[in-house]
Design a protein around this ligand. Sequence first.
Ligand SMILES: Cc1cc2nc3c(=O)[nH]c(=O)nc-3n(C[C@H](O)[C@H](O)[C@H](O)COP(=O)(O)O)c2cc1C
Length: 367
Amino acid sequence: MPNPFVIGSGPPGTNYTVMKRAFDEGWGAVIAKTVSLDAAKVINVTPRYARLRAGANGSAKGQIIGWENIELISDRPLETMLKEFKQLKEEYPDRILIASIMEEYDKAAWEELIDRVEQTGIDAIEINFSCPHGMPERKMGAAVGQDCVLLEEVCGWINAKATVPVWAKMTPNITDITQPARVALTSGCEGISAINTIMSVMGINLDTLRPEPCVEGYSTPGGYSSKAVHPIALAKVMNIAKMIKSEFGDKDFSLSAIGGVEEGGDAAEFILLGADTVQVCTGVMMHGYGLVKKLCADLKDFMKAHNFSSIEDFRGTSLQYFTTHTELVQRQQEAIQQRKATRKGLKSDKDWTGDGFVKESESMVSN
Ligand SMILES: Cc1cc2nc3c(=O)[nH]c(=O)nc-3n(C[C@H](O)[C@H](O)[C@H](O)COP(=O)(O)O)c2cc1C
């Protein structure tokens, strides 16, 4: 990849025209909108997005910081999407195109879907085990990602069939994200993507008393993304990276971080926590495909400031600075003791002595 920036699965990878645009603007890879065998079962509603703006007292007054969606996976016919994947791979053979797939709890269906997407020449597959709305009603998406027993079985089917690398996309709507991540890796996946959206209700309209996004007066909880989820995504990615490092050592697993990236610094943070690649979805919906140029420029500036010449020079560097609260207390007590021991100068005027007077004076000079 020319850079670590990847279009995350969603509207920015929904058809040939927009995926081509992503490659033309310089994105390192594109993950297409999630496809399934029977798009006729996927019925979207509109409006399906709702935004959160920073409060009047915040420093980013009025800025969009949160985004909720109740969009389902792709509602375009699979045949059409496959034709477009093939065309893109023919036109951009040296660029990375990743198919995102999801199916019902049915081995034969997963095998057929994997076979059909692989025939288009895509480079890898991301498994959407994480869509929090709509699809779990059909025992798909987060319904599998939140159940480690189901996940292990489905990952087993997928990895027995797939011949290209497989990334498992995790849901943050779970107490301990390292549990499904561990299951995915021990069941043969080559990488982990995290996070998908966080289950949310954007708000209630205080005039109409109806929830947002409002469809014919009603709503349903949806997925939260954008800047507001970045700190949560950092914590999840950190936990997964630590787990991979401690339990899988040097094994060459790939970690693709997602959540609230709009600036190169956001991506640098993910890489400092061990990510190999960084995905962007809502950021592209707000700023357009040209965002990748700014992301690359920001990241290069960060690397120059620290004399890093490659991603590997700083990947995972900040992981070592996370520890337990108990150890933080211990470290702080030790540091206070040390500062006391090395404190300069006399504590009180009564401590001046005749013999040490010159040294005592010097101990309180600053230059
Ligand atoms: C409108 C919308 C549609 C999405 N559709 C999908 C999807 O089809 N498959 C999927 O794996 N993730 C989907 N996502 C989740 C994103 O890929 C991403 O994991 C999440 O939004 C967090 O990243 P972001 O803050 O950069 O958007 C969607 C997100 C949004 C906002």
